[in-house]
Design a protein. Structure first.
Lengths: 266, 287
């Protein structure tokens, strides 16, 4: 793959990720260049979140090498944005939507740095993109689940990071908001920013440059168009569904055998 | 005439004025720290710290050392103990806290029971002696309250992120463990400097009740801190008045006032019509 020049957004070699010394996925190799999007696809518990958290610096790698923006994970907090899946305590916090989005800018200023006009501009811009600017003064706990998810996405975008890590960001969004979010991702990558998104949604993955299929191992990794094939999906989910007359129909199911090993592009 | 009975007790008695000032300082410290205790769900650990200081205070009394020194030692022991148990065993923090909580309480009572004036000492430690506050203690309390306010101001960003999500704090470059530890030390400091005023048993009420009351109507954290402090100060004033006129134990009257205010506000909120849910023009409310 390409070398020299700008460092890769993420580069991992023989990376093993997991919790408290227990391996969830081993042998991960990947390289994500600036301006590219990687989709992590797999069912619940397949290792998507574990890998995403390791790249974010929330979990230490068990073994192998991992470089994020040319340094260790967490080395440059202002340049990496992360949106996790759960915000259990955020419901009762006395915060307005705007306060939540503003938090994105703390990383760049530390304890004492003053917030500037530039920060306010980034906050307003991110809220405008996600269509929540008119909710700026609304208390967080008065928002619907979908509105809250859009505020959290605005928070991730307001950091104006070079690497954006999103864990099932579209799960709570309605169709219109999902469209806005995907369009905005394309704008970001056009501007040279990189994104890793964990998703169940094959359609979303198909729009990304790269896809990694995970099922406690790397089932397949490579350009999305090559990877999202039935045999690889069968090995990832244990079944393949098709959308037919408004229903999902299972067209194939894994039978005892080890599935398909798919391609390993390192 | 009525005004007289509201003001005169404080104007004519130095001990009442000292009690009011001490109580207000406790209220400010508890308003700041209590806000984070309520928002982060640290009530149990706050309770445990409040009781964990007992053996330290008891030992200090037995040895003729200042009570605050003993309280500080007790609180530090408690913080390290909780950290040690949760790291070295698979037990949840709840169990670790609970174990240390009763253990320290029992140790405290055991130590106090060796002294001659057992029940008198115990009551003083548990319920405080707000009517016997001296000038030097007021100065110490002022210093501690200023230190707590300054720490909260400096750590405002990480504290806010920690309340929102420890993961967001971490990825924003604020290690959650460090700021959690700072928060625990702030709780401990509040307990240590407040125990003379409202006692180790009741300081917990002042930590929780005003902040819980403020959380019922606050939309911003700064509003919550300010209103919690104000509600605490009001509780101190009402409690001292009730104690003066009704001959009730002062510490208990103050904590009782704080709890009653909480239930009144909660009832008021239930009775008032709820604000309409937020509607959103551009894309319609999402499911």
């Amino acid at each position: 793959m390409s070398g020299g020049g700008r460092p890769a957004a993420v580069a991992a070699r023989d990376l093993c990720v997991g919790y408290q010394g227990e391996t969830v996925v081993a042998g991960i190799g990947l390289r994500l260049e600036p301006g590219q999007v990687l989709a992590l696809v797999g069912s619940n518990g397949s290792g998507k979140t574990t890998l995403l958290k390791t790249v974010a610096g929330l979990l230490a790698p068990i073994s192998g090498s991992l470089e994020v923006l040319g340094g260790k994970p967490l080395a440059s907090p202002g340049r990496v944005a992360y949106l996790g899946q759960f915000h259990p305590s955020s419901f009762m916090l006395p915060l307005r939507a705007r306060d939540v989005v503003r938090m994105a800018r703390f990383a760049a200023h530390g304890l004492f740095g003053r917030m500037t006009r530039e920060d306010e501009r980034a906050v307003v811009e991110a809220m405008t993109v996600m269509g929540v600017l008119d909710l700026a003064q609304a208390p967080l706990n008065a928002l619907s689940g979908g509105q809250r998810q859009r505020v959290f996405l605005a928070q991730a975008f307001a950091r104006e990071a070079d690497l954006i890590l999103l864990d099932e960001p579209a799960a709570n969004l309605d169709g219109a908001a999902r469209g806005i979010y995907r369009r905005f991702l394309r704008e970001l990558t056009a501007a040279g920013r990189s994104v890793i998104v964990a998703t169940h949604d094959i359609e979303e993955a198909a729009e990304c440059d790269w896809t990694m299929l995970l099922a406690h191992r790397v089932v397949a990794y490579g350009p999305s168009a090559e990877i999202l094939r039935q045999d690889a999906l069968l090995a990832t989910f244990g079944m393949v569904g098709r959308y037919q007359e408004g229903r999902i129909v299972i067209v194939e199911r894994e039978h005892g055998h080890e599935g398909c090993d798919g391609d390993h592009h390192d | 005439m009525i005004l007289d009975s509201l003001v005169a007790p404080f104007a004519n008695n130095a001990f009442m004025l000292n009690a009011l000032l001490a109580g207000i300082l406790v209220s400010i410290a508890c308003g700041i720290v209590g806000t984070f205790v309520v928002l982060r769900g640290l009530a149990f650990i706050g309770d445990a710290l409040a009781h964990g200081v007992l053996p330290g205070v008891a030992l200090a009394m037995l040895l003729g050392l200042p009570g605050m020194l003993g309280a500080a030692a007790g609180a530090l022991g408690m913080i390290f103990g909780i950290g040690f148990i949760t790291r070295k065993s698979n037990l949840s923090a709840d169990t670790a806290i609970g174990l240390l909580f009763v253990g320290m309480l029992a140790l405290g009572v055991a130590i106090v029971s060796r002294s001659h004036a057992f029940s008198g000492d115990l009551v003083r430690i548990l319920f405080g002696e707000i009517l016997g506050i001296r000038g030097s203690e007021l100065a110490m309390q002022l210093a501690a309250t200023l230190a707590i306010a300054a720490t909260a101001a400096v750590c405002y960003r990480p504290f806010l992120l920690l309340c929102f999500s420890p993961e967001q704090a971490e990825v924003s470059g604020f290690p959650p463990r460090r700021y959690h530890a700072i928060m625990l030390v702030m709780i401990a400091l509040t307990v240590v400097v407040s125990f003379r005023t409202v006692g180790t048993l009741l300081v917990f009420g002042m930590l929780l009740a005003p902040a819980a009351s403020a959380s019922l109507f606050s939309r911003k954290i700064t509003t919550m801190v300010l209103s919690a402090s104000g509600i605490g100060a009001l509780s101190v004033y009402l409690g001292l008045l009730a104690s003066y006129h009704g001959n009730i134990a002062a510490g208990a009257a103050i904590t009782l006032a704080a709890s009653i205010i909480f239930f009144l506000l909660l009832t008021a909120r239930q009775l008032l019509p709820a604000p309409a849910p937020h509607r959103h023009g551009s894309h319609g409310a999402a499911a």
